[in-house]
Design a protein around this ligand. Sequence first.
Ligand code: TEU
Length: 538
Amino acid sequence: MTENYEQYLDWVVYQIYPKSFYDTDGDGVGDLRGVIEKLDYIRSLGANAIWLCPIYESPQKDNGYDISDYRKINPTYGDMRDFENLVALAHEKGLKIIMDFVANHTSDRHLWFQEGSASKTSPYHDYYYWRERPLDGWQSVFGGSAWEYNPPTGEYYLHSFAIEQPDVNWTNERVRKEYQDVVDFWVEKGVDGFRCDVLDFISKDFTRGKTSNGPRLHEYIRELFDRENTRRIFTVGECWDGDVEKLCGEGRRELKTTFQFDHILVGQESRVCKKDYTVYEMTTHLAKWQRLAATQGFIPTLFTDNHDQNWLISRIGNDREKRYECATAFATAIYGLRGIPFVYQGQEIGAVGSYFEEIENFDDVETLRFYESQKNKLSKEELMKKINFGSRDNSRRPFAWTGGETRGFTSAKKPWLAYGTRSREINLQTDEASEKSVVKYYRDLLALRKKSRALRRGSFLEIEKGDGCFVYERTDGNERLLVVVNFEREQELLGLPSGELLLGNLKRRALTCRVYEPFEAAIYRISPEKANLQKETD
Ligand code: TEU
């Protein structure tokens, strides 16, 4: 890997869900000035880049993933001047800006769809996919048929997500040019990269009935990001389908990296249903991607949370008695790896899922659709249990800056979406003052990463210790670190090299103590010459 590509290993990205981050104008909705005000906070965590979930003009059916104008800022968030200020100030403070690029679909309020759906002769008609009849078996990710009737033309259009998110026809060359222009527009504004929403969906395979990873995917991506002005920008693809090793990597001329989701799906039977799991499943996925990345020459992404999942520590951890331990253990396991750390807002304070009995406290289009489709089939209790387990709203609730009436989030009486049910107890202010502070641990962990070249750029070697723990080495030249994360049960870990403790989430009883408490995590420096194995018997 060249230095140029390896530099992404030094990035730490903080993901912002703008609607729920910080509200400065008192309308109960976060805004760009709110992001500006919190730049120092973001920097204090050790991040050096920000990914902004969509901030474009949008009717907000899917919180901005339904865009009606790619070149305008959603007025509730501010205007273009606010955005330009944000970019300038962020850059001054050493923070890069990554925009969300949503190219599989527009809003049905976008001019292209407004015109294209009105008549078959409109030049925009071919910007979307039309059929005389719905194709059998094509389901929307949010539930129900992926085809919707359009009375003015008597046809059906494809929407892989919400009805209000018609899929754009990328086989049309003019469409591809439109998106290249959109990318250029934001690159000229000085943005440093794009997180590309469901990018694998832009090429479909109609012969196989597939909405994603079609035959022209790689060609389309190169058209976007292998041009003179786009080659140097950062890109991370959200590609559930598709071959990671083909989509990214230095020589591919496509994306810089993609998100790998295997570990996120552990413990989920479906979006709304829990499944038995072992931590081993998760660490196996993580280690597999580390090895694949090394052999195929790409940089992995490192994340546990985002705006599309309930919090990891609520799904597969212990978010009650061991919340601090669990949050910091998972953070160590993930951010000790080789790759690009992504921290989702709230994760750094150990935010957890909520429990609401009434559907009025939910907003997510996917959740509401699910509720409608099941309300006559399941008891209310069963239905709400599923929704509380899986709803994406869990991680989309306003960031709790304090435990006060409005959580330090807004001056409005009511926020756009109800505060998390445990946010009086779990908020930044309380966390920072706590002896067991998640945010302080995050700061220490990311500071250590910044300081240690082995943690950022070193190679990865897993040390198999069986289920219930994740142990690995990171080595760069003479610097050799050992990361030990024990999960929920206390156990003795034998045969590990001894070394100097650099960071731990609990007070290690003694350096040589081999008994690890539940959710204990530690990082040691082990010098190559002194890496003498402890004897199993001593
Ligand atoms: O998500 C794509 C996606 O398929 C999932 O993450 C999805 O939320 C989940 O699987 C549904 O069960 C992206 C965005 O991250 C998400 O917020 C958008 O709603 C979606 O695309 C449509 O743009």
